[in-house]
Design a protein around this ligand. Structure first.
Ligand SMILES: Nc1ncnc2c1ncn2[C@@H]1O[C@H](COP(=O)(O)OP(=O)(O)OP(=O)(O)O)[C@@H](O)[C@H]1O
Length: 335
């Protein structure tokens, strides 16, 4: 039997209301999030990702329809109940620089402390456990302004962890991070969803990382709703490619990479190799980058030997050897 969704939306319209008009950003959203899964919300700039996360978290009003958390409509949840069900991590730089890492993370216990905000021994323990979960042991007494962007992001995640909610939502948790930290944060969130049975919903522009780590994608199209599915299903049904279609690049569904589109009138070249290995793949990439298109019938032929450090370029008149791709490309340019 399917478990109950921890978040469910019915016929949801999200957007903004000004004094003069209502501005719907997305309509008719029927979404479900289950515990133990990591959902990545992706889509082009301005399509409504932050608006959706803020609406699901109750930070901005529902324009139409309903959001239920733990089967109860958001509007019927008390503030303290909401704080025990859902935590939201925003990437906007919060002005907490004069706070220690410990005190920032401890703020996550606010829904549970007495009115003076006193922490019990168990709260202290939880803060230290969360710091070790995000690999910030030994940072408790550091000030937030003494952290790198990646460390600050992990401290914010630790704050959400001590809030001890079944749902954590994060708006672009990998923004401003280098590749190591981006991968680490995504892996950490995925692992937390699995290990602690939390539902994790995050928005991101890291398409390749989302494809590799999400249990489910929410693929948002401007003004046209959200397609939901396993990353690979959204690729096989062409939905992913459609949302990110562009004149200057294309999504290669065989490799899962975005490829820059080069010259409109490509030069043809034939690529021969006995086995299709690493060297053949990167030779092809170098050729595409330089405006060549691979065609088995082309008169210009490159032979790749996966076991040697050289390439052979054959024209109708001559055969030239090269020991690097740069040399090969120069030879081709000079023909
Ligand atoms: N306070 C606001 N009042 C009115 N419209 C707004 C407001 N904030 C955002 N919008 C508009 O709502 C739409 C969705 O914005 P939102 O920030 O949710 O998009 P997003 O998908 O998160 O974008 P990005 O990828 O650039 O972060 C945009 O057209 C934006 O201009």
């Amino acid at each position: 039997m399917m478990p109950d969704a921890i978040i469910q939306t019915r016929n949801l319209t999200i957007g903004y209301v000004t004094r003069k008009e209502t501005y719907p950003v997305q309509t008719d959203l029927d979404l479900e999030v289950f515990q133990g899964e990591m959902v990545c919300l992706i889509g082009p700039n301005g399509c409504g990702k932050s608006t959706l996360l803020r609406t699901l978290a109750g930070l901005q009003p529902v324009l139409q329809g309903e959001v239920c958390i733990d089967k109860l409509p958001l509007g019927k949840q008390s503030l303290s109940n909401k704080a025990r069900l859902l935590s939201l991590v925003l990437t906007d730089r919060v002005d907490v620089n004069n706070l220690s890492v410990f005190n920032l993370v401890a703020m996550g216990r606010n829904p549970y402390t007495d009115w003076l905000g006193r922490l019990t021994d168990a709260d202290h323990e939880l803060v230290h456990t969360a710091l070790s979960q995000v690999h910030l042991e030994g940072y408790a007494n550091r000030y937030i302004n003494q952290l790198s962007d990646g460390e600050r992001q992990r401290a914010m995640i630790a704050k959400a962890l001590v809030q001890d909610t079944p749902v954590i939502m994060l708006d672009e948790p990998t923004a401003h991070l280098d590749i190591n930290n981006r991968v680490e944060v995504m892996m950490l969130l995925h692992e937390l969803a699995r290990r602690t049975n939390k539902a994790i919903v995050l928005s991101t522009h890291e398409l390749d990382l989302a494809l590799q780590t999400a249990d489910k994608l929410w693929l948002m199209t401007p003004n046209n709703g959200i397609a939901v599915g396993a990353p690979e299903d959204l690729i096989l049904t062409n939905k992913f490619q459609k949302v990110f279609a562009h004149n200057s690049y294309r999504f290669d569904s065989l490799t899962g990479n975005f490829m820059v589109k080069h010259a409109d009138t490509p030069r043809m070249v034939s690529l021969k190799s006995s086995v299709k290995g690493n060297r053949t793949y990167w030779t092809e990439r170098a050729l595409l980058r330089n405006g060549y298109r691979i065609s088995p019938d082309a008169s210009l032929i490159i032979t790749v030997d996966e076991d040697s450090d050289s390439w052979l370029l054959s024209t109708e008149e001559e055969v030239l050897a090269s020991s690097s791709l740069q040399e090969l490309l120069l030879q081709m340019e000079s023909l």
